[in-house]
Design a protein around this ligand. Structure first.
Ligand SMILES: [Zn+2]
Length: 459
């Protein structure tokens, strides 16, 4: 590829405006350039081989630090540009405010300028979003977008100290924004008092350099992850439950939440904080770590957690780290992706809205039994692959939910009764089939209810 040179770098390269270099990562490409033009190499790399802080390196116009720095994955047709980073002087108040972090070599004046120029979205002003946004605001991130459609409840305050007792009843995004503006009048905070949806997500997140997810439900988690992939921006994701916290950073082209969890868990199978409880200080811990990872991405300091997940057990104080593997077949970040736009995440996660529940996708055992005589009805067992050799309802097609797709293996003209062990996976399957125009009902209570009614299975 041709790497474009801008500003003072053109003179360093004997007036060349582009240099050809090949490589699958930014490191390979920049190393090739540094070897060809050593004078430029000294402006690209530090003595320790890191990206020089006063280097502005962009891939398709996006700061390469946000894509994983030297580890950024390059593809055929990408445009890489190099220029000196334009430093703007700080006011005396700013210099005083940020003095303690600017003396860190990894931040410095260039890192502070990058923070000031950055725009970060924080999804949820709750247990994670509140501390994350607080530290991002305090560090001088120039623009913060706080997205939350909820109102402050008194039961939030033990873990969301960005809100005060007097804020109970106010929209959370506004309450958080006021608090952050009071903390740092230097920055711009926008409050979006709406829930993130497939309809508004791309508009709200467009132009954000980093997306920090502090939401606590699966539909939003999938939505935010898919939106980050579509927008090509890094996602700093975290979750907390009881005494356990998880933190993961997904860099563009280097995996996403869907690579790990292609299918959501059955609705109701993972308890919420409201059901299972959570300790407030854990949110403070994980939210602060989210802020830290976002600051590292923006400034290029250290090594990002990109491609890894950190699990923190607050009861023992132990941390474990796991590598995340990119799934080349991932529906969203695979090459080529099968899904190129946002979908209905409530439906995808099997969280039925009131309207869908009214449509009644469930079918009771007696109702299903009455359909046994109808030869048009297709019977479908969607239990996991491990149940393939277990007895099932006679005549049923076996197709684990994970392999169901859009129901291509079914006759789309004929109705389907879907079942699984207890009726949760089958509800997801019925919902998905319905979305693809197949008339599907989910057997309530599944195989367990079927056998409890004294009905036979066959192997
Ligand atoms: Zn993926």
């Amino acid at each position: 590829m041709d790497v474009g040179l801008e500003g003072g770098f053109v003179a360093l390269a004997d007036q060349r405006q582009t240099i050809a270099a090949q490589g699958g990562t930014l490191e390979a490409v920049l190393t090739a350039i540094a070897e060809e033009v050593p004078r430029l190499g000294r402006r690209i790399f530090t003595a320790y081989g890191a990206l020089a802080s006063e280097l502005d390196v962009r891939v398709n116009g996006v700061d390469a630090r946000l894509l994983g720095g030297l580890g950024a994955v390059l593809r055929y047709g990408d445009h890489v540009s190099l220029a000196p980073y334009p430093l703007r002087p700080l006011t005396p108040r700013q210099a005083e405010r940020y003095a303690r972090q600017m003396i860190l070599g990894e931040v410095g004046a260039a890192g502070q300028a990058r923070l000031a120029a950055a725009r970060v979205a924080v999804i949820g002003a709750g247990g994670l979003g509140a501390p994350a946004a607080t530290y991002l605001a305090a560090a001088g991130v120039g623009q913060l977008v706080i997205v939350d459609g909820d109102r402050v409840e008194r039961s939030n305050l033990h873990r969301q100290p960005v809100h005060r007792d007097a804020d109970v009843g106010r929209p959370k995004a506004e309450s958080a924004a006021d608090s952050l503006r009071a903390l740092n009048p230097d920055i711009e905070v926008s409050a979006v008092s709406e829930f993130l949806t497939a309809q508004n997500a791309l508009d709200i997140l467009q132009g954000c350099d980093v997306i920090v997810n502090g939401s606590d439900n699966f539909p939003t988690r999938y939505l935010v992850s898919d939106a980050a992939v579509l927008l090509g921006r890094p996602l700093v994701d975290a979750s907390i439950l009881r005494f356990e916290g998880r933190l993961a950073v997904y860099l563009p082209r280097q995996g996403c939440y869907r690579c790990l969890f292609p299918e959501p868990p059955p609705p109701g199978s993972v308890p919420s904080c409201a059901e299972a409880g959570v300790i407030g200080a854990l949110g403070g811990q994980m939210g602060s770590m989210q802020a830290l990872e976002a600051i590292k991405l923006i400034t290029g300091a250290g090594e990002s957690l990109g491609g890894r997940m950190l699990v923190y057990d607050a009861l023992t104080g132990e941390q474990r780290r796991f590598s995340l593997t990119l799934d080349p077949q991932c529906a969203v970040c695979g090459d080529p992706p099968r899904q190129t736009e946002l979908i209905d995440y409530e439906a995808f996660c099997g969280v039925l809205g009131p309207q869908q529940a009214e449509e009644g996708l469930g079918i009771s055992v007696p109702e299903a039994l009455a359909l046994r005589a109808d030869p048009r009805v297709q019977w479908l067992d969607v239990r996991a692959g491990g149940a393939l050799d277990r007895p099932t309802i006679p005549g049923a097609l076996r197709l684990p939910l994970e392999e169901l797709g859009r129901g291509e293996a079914l006759d789309g003209q004929r109705p389907v009764v879907v079942f699984c062990e207890i009726g949760r996976r089958s509800m997801l399957a019925a919902e998905r089939l319905s979305r693809h125009g197949i008339r599907a009902r989910s057997l309530e209570g599944g195989i367990v209810a079927w056998t409890a009614a004294g009905l036979d299975l066959s192997s």
